[in-house]
Design a protein. Sequence first.
Length: 180
Amino acid sequence: MSDSHDHDGPHEGPIKTPKQLVLAVLFSFIIPIFLIVLLVKYVVTDHRDAAGSNGLGPEAVAQRIQPIGAIEVKDASDVASLKTGEQVYAAQCTACHGSGAAGAPKTGDTAAWAPRIATGYEALLTSALKGKGAMGAQGGGDFSDFEISRAVVYLANKGGANFAEPKAPAAAASAASAAN
């Protein structure tokens, strides 16, 4: 039985001289250290905008950090700044009540408004404030309850009702009487 691999001599590796051994050891440390230094330099270096860019300028920074929204406080005592029923209707209600979209009774359609008017002003106002069917609360608008009540009266009166214009909020009424 003979071995197909004869091992007549000592095993020889790729490194044959001490000079090659020193170079192999040196490069096995230098190359990884060099790569690590390059990687660290890449990671910690700031990626700056190109020359001539104003991405870090005060105006650009201020624009990026500006508030998303704002709070607007309405003064309920200022009756003059409150919208009329017709203005609220034009701004919010006409989208559905003008065309009859989503089952909304059309403006001026006395037959469609008659059963609703029969329920009374308070029921219509509650439906407008809280929403009913496909209509969201306040018709999806951002008006005061007083402005919505004015719109309810305007819309119902166009449909055949005879509702009186709602009274101004108490704070507005007392401010108006104090001014006179």
